[in-house]
Structure formats: structure tokens, C-alpha cells
Design a protein around this ligand. Structure first.
Ligand SMILES: [Zn+2]
Length: 87
């Protein structure tokens, strides 16, 4: 099992054990995985996932359709043009 780095790459902040939410696009489908164990930078909040967790997630994502999601989210989508008009 691989270890999580203990310093943040960006600002050399301390990493503390925590969790993060991952958003992964698989083609047209957005998959959200919550409460993923990660080392979380105490300075900038960047989350670092160990190679072990990352590999297990990859395996899961490859066959995620076999599992019933906890719930479905409705996600609003905008075109950049809309967001720039309203500013
Ligand atoms: Zn950081």
C-alpha cells in the first residue's frame, strides 16, 4: 500500500487525513464519488489521493454501472456565453 505525500506540492502545507469529493467525466457521463479518503492540505485545501485509493477507484469506475448509485444529482449546465452576458 502506497503512502500519501505529507506535504502539499503548491505551498508545502501540512497534509492531514480527510476526505474529498471526486467528479469524474466518463464520456458524456459525470460520476461523483463522495467521502474519498485523502490527505488534505491545511493551507490551501488541495486534496491528495494515494496511489492505492486511486487504483481502486479506477477499478470501480471501470465497472460502476454494476453498482446502484446512492442517489442521482440534477446538475445545471451553462454555456460560457450565457455567463459572460449576464456579468
Ligand atoms: Zn496546499
Amino acid at each position: 500500500m502506497s503512502r500519501i505525500a505529507d506535504k502539499c506540492d503548491l505551498r508545502s502545507g501540512e497534509l492531514q487525513p480527510g476526505t474529498t469529493t471526486l467528479e469524474v467525466w466518463l464520456g458524456e457521463q459525470l460520476i461523483v464519488v463522495r467521502d474519498v479518503p485523502a490527505g488534505v492540505c491545511q493551507q490551501c485545501g488541495e486534496a491528495y489521493i494515494s496511489a492505492d485509493v486511486s487504483e481502486r477507484l479506477d477499478h470501480f469506475l471501470a465497472e460502476h454501472h454494476r453498482h446502484r448509485p446512492e442517489r442521482y444529482l440534477a446538475v445545471p449546465q451553462y454555456a460560457a456565453a450565457q455567463t459572460l452576458e449576464s456579468a
